[in-house]
Design a protein around this ligand. Sequence first.
Ligand SMILES: NC(=O)c1ccc[n+]([C@@H]2O[C@H](COP(=O)([O-])OP(=O)(O)OC[C@H]3O[C@@H](n4cnc5c(N)ncnc54)[C@H](OP(=O)(O)O)[C@@H]3O)[C@@H](O)[C@H]2O)c1
Length: 259
Amino acid sequence: MKVVIIGSGNAATVLGTKIFQAGHEILQVISRQQAHAARLASALHSTFSSDLSAINREAELYLAALSDNALYGMGAQLSLPGKLVVHTAGTVPKEVLRTVSARCGVLYPLQSLRKEIFPFPEVPLLIDACEPGDRVRLADFARTISAFVREAGDEERLKLHLAAVMVNNFTNYLYTMAADFCGREKVDFLLLLPLIKETADRLSHFPPRDVQTGPAVRGDDSTIQKHLDLLSNYKEMMEFYQLFTNKIEAFYNNPEIPS
Ligand SMILES: NC(=O)c1ccc[n+]([C@@H]2O[C@H](COP(=O)([O-])OP(=O)(O)OC[C@H]3O[C@@H](n4cnc5c(N)ncnc54)[C@H](OP(=O)(O)O)[C@@H]3O)[C@@H](O)[C@H]2O)c1
């Protein structure tokens, strides 16, 4: 397929690279900052521009991997009648692109993407389209760059995005706090990696509620107190520790009320 990539950040770079590696032709990279467009275009062997009015109109697919806010403004700046135009956002409705083209859609990567982290990971793709025929076309295209492709409407995508924030963004912030604590207390954070991996791997076989361990679920008050004493100089971490401990204790005392 002939593709134009709009945007040059994390999603544009990872998806653009996968699209290129799958043998599709990237006609052009368009991005607000010319230097960013040029850098990605060079990797994808395509032309580039920072001017939306200079967009190449010969492509079969336009992939808009822009910040969520920028997507809402796209309709005022671009019109591509008859062209399939998709965005990559979890929380933005597909209809946001209807003023760009009636053939609007979504190619949402349900993965954490960072353009500087290699190799690029497997990227599950959730697709949707305003025209039913484009759902099939987009699914066929998506399967050329990912082994996991599923249809998901706006509401399902929004809910999955929220769950993704919980399991990825929030978890990573906990890692950040723990890594900072380890650094300041001169213990090696990387010793925790097998534990982190095992915790994630178990989810392939068990629901998370069945594999909880630790002092809060055991009711080991003396251990909890030792941890809190150690956290006396770490106000924010202590807040998280107390909140999670209270929530875990309450949940396992009455597992019927998780929310
Ligand atoms: N990264 C992820 O893990 C991930 C995962 C799933 C979905 N997504 C979705 O993918 C989309 C892009 O995310 P990202 O992580 O790739 O973001 P990013 O790395 O910050 O890149 C944002 C892109 O949007 C462009 N942009 C920002 N503000 C703009 C504006 N006002 N007008 C025009 N262009 C503008 C930037 O262009 P310049 O660089 O030229 O300024 C850049 O190419 C978002 O909708 C996000 O929800 C991201």
